[in-house]
Design a protein around this ligand. Sequence first.
Ligand code: NDP
Length: 312
Amino acid sequence: AKKYIVQKQFDGLPKSTDLKIVEEELPPVKDGEFLAEAVYLSVDPYMRAIITQSKNSDYPVGKHIVAPFGWRTHTISTGGPFPIGLPKAWIIPDPEGLPLSFYLGVLGMTGNTAYFGFLEICKPKPGETVVVSGAAGGVGSIVGQIAKIKGCKVIGIAGSDAKGKWLVNDLKFDHFINYKDPKFKEKLEELTPKGVDCYFDNVGGQISSEVLHRMNKHGRISVCGSISTYNDKEVKAGVVQSDIVSKQLKMEGFMVYQWWDRWMEGIEQNKRWIKEGKLKCSETVTKGFENTLKAFVDMLQGGNTGKAIVQI
Ligand code: NDP
């Protein structure tokens, strides 16, 4: 078995010398345990694996599971629950002809982050204006499409014009703004003549301050992530709080596992929308366990369109 270990704490973007791949001899599988072999890795700490040996009747040989095992080729486990509140490994239902890798993306944590994080916190109404940052990524591309399904006007923010074309032409977002465009602020104003009712925020920082400034009274902001700040060493000035006060905005952060008891609801709904042709998904697949770190750094720098995964 092989696994990644951290040699040195990251200083800014992760470097190849910060992590090391080591070989390890696994012990025999004990009662209550099973052995899982990684098939796909998500370049966050999630992976999909197939069970190759088992002494645990809840996790039979041949089943595919999703579990937070880290970046490793083989893992012996009891199935969890895992540290920091992560739930048990879950067995993938019949994929019904869809690719198994979708269970790391649109039919897994990524899809549920979009489904619950947007619908439960933004509570969108038909005709409202929705802005999504990180719009061409795994979570953001699904949020925008769900907003269209709910009858909203959708504006996606992402970092390249090629991503913008994909959002508008393929995913049917109404508009796109490149946050690297020096006229970002003016374009946002131009495209939101009636203000912004819902903001799904994946990135934080300056982009979010500009969007907050366009929010309507009683607007709702779902704070999913703040990727623009993840590699910062110091806390920088945050959002413009005066907008939150003056417009009586509701801003709420979430952790997707707070909806663990409804997990399959999100997955089944996203699956139905895929089958009805209402939800499209894209994956950026990197091949080879030894390229996992590269895939991770590429994702942090915008190299992915849709969900970033590694095929072992
Ligand atoms: P993505 O597929 O969206 O990949 C990250 C994207 O972020 C990149 O493609 C890049 O696209 C964009 N990005 C990178 N740096 C910046 C920057 N400085 N400013 C603006 N955009 C930037 O990742 P995920 O879909 O996996 O995750 C999206 C967000 O959701 C993350 O913040 C993640 O932490 C969060 N998350 C939160 C969960 C929760 O429970 N709260 C659960 C899962 C994810 P571009 O080319 O547009 O720059």
